[in-house]
Design a protein around this ligand. Structure first.
Ligand code: PEP
Length: 248
């Protein structure tokens, strides 16, 4: 069965609520598509206005983070039930910026993946190597370790429904895209890793995105690869170009 492509924007810490609503209006006609899933992963404060702004369109709303508890004394955090109640369907987990700046490790990320599933959210689980790791030739070892650790206790059916984003850290926000061959090689390797941990049916079902300086010029070639099921898009998701990426 063919996997449906999924193109998700990661707005990061950009767009005030009023700017977010204006961007949704600007992109509304440009991101229309019957053939791919379109998701805007937005800052927590933008979730409610964006959910309102995309109501009745093909765009689904994602969060950029969640906490591992449902409620309580965790000042500044946002819980899975809060996200669900606000209309969120997807949540990015393990983005390299959270791993690096907020010291989120794989054991913690595994709890986040579990919490997302428990609440009915679809995780977009990110993994990726540094330039140093790539140059040392340990890219796939590193990514396999991330995937295996982040998915401890996650069932095959859950994996079938989730999204994994391969994002080489050296390609994020740098303008340096991985070559199509590099991106496909790792996405294929992730699928093989899923087949080893689970089974071939699970590997065939899970959607694997590439992320890292995707733009209107390189999206078509990347998304044409057999193991790349769409993209996680940072910078280019904040402008009209995102429409061209969706309709690659
Ligand atoms: C990202 O933030 O996930 C990302 C891939 O960013 P960019 O497209 O700007 O490289």
């Amino acid at each position: 069965m063919a996997r449906r492509k999924i193109i998700a924007g990661n707005w990061k810490m950009n767009m005030t609520p009023s700017q977010a609503v204006a961007l949704c209006a600007e992109l509304k006609d440009l991101v229309k598509s019957d053939s791919v899933d379109v998701v805007y992963c937005v800052p927590a404060i933008d979730i409610v206005p964006v959910a309102q702004a995309v109501k009745g369109t093909n765009v689904q709303v994602g969060a950029e983070n969640l906490y591992i508890e449902d409620k309580g004394a965790y000042t500044g955090e946002i819980s899975a039930p809060m996200l669900v109640d606000a209309g969120v369907k997807f949540v990015i987990i393990g983005h390299s910026e959270r791993r690096e700046y907020f010291k989120e490790d794989d054991a913690f990320l595994n709890k986040k993946v579990k919490k997302a599933f428990e609440a009915g959210l679809t995780p977009i689980l990110c993994c990726g190597e540094t330039l140093e790791q790539r140059e040392m030739g340990v890219t796939m070892d590193w990514i396999r370790l991330q995937i295996k650790s982040d998915l401890v206790g996650i069932t095959a059916d859950q994996v079938k429904s989730m999204v994994i984003a391969y994002e080489p850290i050296w390609a994020i926000g740098t303008g340096k895209t991985a070559t199509t061959e590099q991106a496909e090689e790792v996405c294929k390797g992730i699928r093989e890793c899923i087949a080893e941990i689970y089974d071939q049916a699970t590997a065939d079902a899970v959607r694997i995105q590439y992320g890292g300086s995707v733009n209107a010029g390189n999206a078509a070639e990347l998304f044409a690869q057999p193991d790349i099921d769409g993209g996680l898009v940072g910078g280019a998701s904040l402008k009209a170009d995102f429409g061209k990426i969706v309709n690659y």
